[in-house]
Unconditional design. Structure first.
Length: 400
């Protein structure tokens, strides 16, 4: 150990979904001296934010103290990484402290950038600005959508890079189902703006979602980007091809633009050709293509598939296996096929559960059940009831 510099065998940056899952897994497989750098003292289960915004979960269900969810035997460093020196194998923390490592795992997620669209941050600060993508905004969204009775509501999905981009649709369907049950849906104009050419990138899943869009009478603007929001006039301006359109709103529910933290690229961990600055890993092994002792998973890694918590379950397993092989001087055997999942709640008791690989082929958890993605009550029960329990008790401990 270098004098005066704290050192860990495995240092994990980020104690969110990916960081804790992989740390827990490494500990369970006997790797000693695993430390996680995480600034927040409350851990948030982001998928529940959609349910909170859509009025089918309480905000308190999505939060637990970081100390309670950090796997036993893992050291929690309550600080934030400011930069990495991959040559010296050290991380500079924001507090000024420096920590050395033998192996580094980066899982710091994506940052939300409401300010990247003119007027959007200001729009979110108004009573009428809503989003499921931030815990506080999700909690604010719930009663506003619940009590809305007539007018125009605009929902916006953002282009990649995004955390499980399609889940921006979840609160929209939940709200429509609620308004329909109150008999007010006909008095509400719902407009869905998405940069994608259709509701989802897999035709079968897209058809299933389009059926729900039609059922609720939701107007769609596919292939559209949000140019700006004007909270004073309560308008958004969007662009489709060469055409711009201004849409007035009473409520605006928007996913924010998202990107990895800048210090990843500034530390030399990204491919300079990557405009977004993800950690440059081999998407099959999750090991850095630049530095043998650097690994990454989750939303901040160049995993070449749709970013999601479901994808992380596979990534954490594989990364831990590969890292242990390297520690033992063995060849890497694990290969990640890009499995990912996007469960879209389409009513207050059904979900379209889309599972696929990086080539866009359906990859149902129950092999052979090719239509598992179709709207189902069973999938809702799994997504809303089973998964949160599995997350808190098994996934974060590296057991699932
Ligand atoms: C609204 C919403 C709904 C979603 N719904 C679903 C769903 O239904 N199904 C699904 O599979 N996925 C869903 N996802 C995606 C899923 O939540 C993410 O893919 C997953 O949380 C990413 O894990 P991660 O470890 O990469 O990042 P995170 O879980 O975001 O964790 C990153 C951690 O890094 C910490 N951090 C940030 N900067 C630093 C730093 N400088 N130093 C140290 N630590 C730092 C953060 O505080 C955070 O704790 C959803 C996401 C959102 C936002």
């Amino acid at each position: 150990m270098r004098r005066g510099v704290e050192k860990h065998r495995v240092l994990v940056l980020g104690g969110g979904n990916g960081g804790l899952s992989v740390a827990g897994r490494l500990r369970r497989h006997g790797v000693r001296d695993v430390a996680v750098v995480e600034p927040r003292d409350q851990h948030v289960f982001a998928p529940l934010q959609s349910h909170i915004a859509g009025g089918v979960a309480r905000a308190s269900e999505a939060v637990r103290p970081q100390a309670d969810v950090t796997p036993r035997g893992v050291t929690w460093i309550r600080d934030a990484a400011a930069s990495v020196d991959p040559h010296a194998r050290t991380v500079q923390l924001r507090s000024g402290r420096k920590v050395a490592y033998e192996h580094l795992i980066v899982s710091v997620g994506l940052e939300t950038r409401y300010d990247a669209v003119p007027g959007l941050a200001e729009a979110m600060a108004e009573k009428t600005g809503l989003s499921s993508y931030t815990f506080e905004l999700a909690a604010k969204t719930s009663p506003v959508l619940r009590d809305f009775r007539q007018g125009t509501v605009v929902f916006v999905q953002q282009p990649e890079p995004a955390s499980a981009a399609g889940v921006a649709q979840k609160p929209m369907y939940l709200a429509c189902d609620w308004w329909r049950s109150r008999g007010v849906l006909d008095d509400i104009r719902v407009v869905f703006i998405s940069p994608e050419p259709s509701a989802f990138h897999i035709p079968g899943v897209s058809a299933e979602l389009q059926r729900k869009l039609d059922e609720y009478g939701i107007e769609t603007r596919f292939g559209a980007d949000l140019l700006k929001a004007d909270p004073q006039r309560r308008e958004v301006e969007i662009k489709r091809g060469q055409e711009t359109e201004t849409i007035g709103y009473d409520l605006l529910h928007a996913a924010p633009p998202q990107s990895p933290p800048d210090w990843i690229a500034e530390s030399g961990l990204a491919d300079p050709a990557d405009p977004h600055g993800f950690v440059d890993v081999d998407p099959e092994t999750l090991r850095s293509r630049r530095f043998d002792t650097v690994w990454a998973l989750g939303d901040a890694a160049a995993v070449d598939t749709l970013r999601s918590g479901g994808a992380i379950r596979k990534q954490a397993k594989l990364l831990a296996r590969n890292l242990i092989s390297v520690i033992n001087g063995e060849a890497l055997t694990g290969h990640y096929d890009g499995y990912s999942v996007c469960p879209i709640t389409v009513s207050r008791n059904t979900v379209v559960f889309a599972e696929f690989d990086r080539r866009g082929r359906l990859a149902p958890t129950i092999p052979g059940w090719k239509t598992l993605y179709r709207e189902r009550r069973l999938a809702y029960f799994f997504d809303r009831r089973v998964l949160p329990w599995v997350y808190w008790h098994l996934i974060l401990q590296g057991r699932a």
